[in-house]
Design a protein around this ligand. Structure first.
Ligand code: HEM
Length: 127
């Protein structure tokens, strides 16, 4: 077991690692013909920036996510569980490529999986 006093954010290398992982991750997402069309009208620079904040905050880092609520952003885009699973699979591949250890990878993937219902529209946006 790694140091329980530290956060996943710190253990994987903080802001620098998150930035590299997110950049690589979206390269994989955009190279996936089933996912690419979702992003055709999206500013990828802004998205990468928001996703770095989101991941950092979700992994216990000292960063506040300043974007919109996940259900608000994703609702109505037709994102299914199948798309979500592909997305998470690309994240898994990226984390392994960056040599994040298996325990941290499992932790990150299970945290991300908790957002499935917000992303796939099973929960309506509150606003
Ligand atoms: C747990 C998984 C996911 C997380 C944590 C996540 C997170 C985010 C964040 C933080 C943003 C930026 C919000 C903002 O601009 O304020 C965003 C935008 C977006 N996400 Fe996701 N996302 C996830 C899954 C997905 C999936 C599976 C798809 C599609 C296959 C997707 C498609 C999009 C698109 C198209 C946008 C940009 C919307 C725009 O153009 O403004 N996301 N996501």
């Amino acid at each position: 077991m790694s140091n329980t006093q530290s956060t996943v954010f710190e253990r994987i290398g903080g802001e620098q690692t998150i930035a590299e992982v997110v950049d690589d991750f979206y390269e994989r997402v955009l190279a996936d013909p089933e996912l690419k069309p979702f992003f055709k009208n999206t500013s990828m620079d802004k998205l990468r920036c928001m996703q770095k904040e989101f991941f950092s905050a979700a992994l216990g880092g000292p960063i506040t996510y300043s974007g919109k609520s996940l259900s608000h952003v994703h609702h109505g885009r037709g994102i299914t569980k199948h798309h979500f699973a592909r997305f998470v699979n690309h994240l898994l591949g990226t984390l392994q490529y960056h040599k994040i250890n298996d325990q941290e990878v499992n932790d990150i993937i299970s945290r991300i999986n908790t957002y499935a219902d917000e992303i796939t529209g099973d929960i309506s946006p509150a606003d």
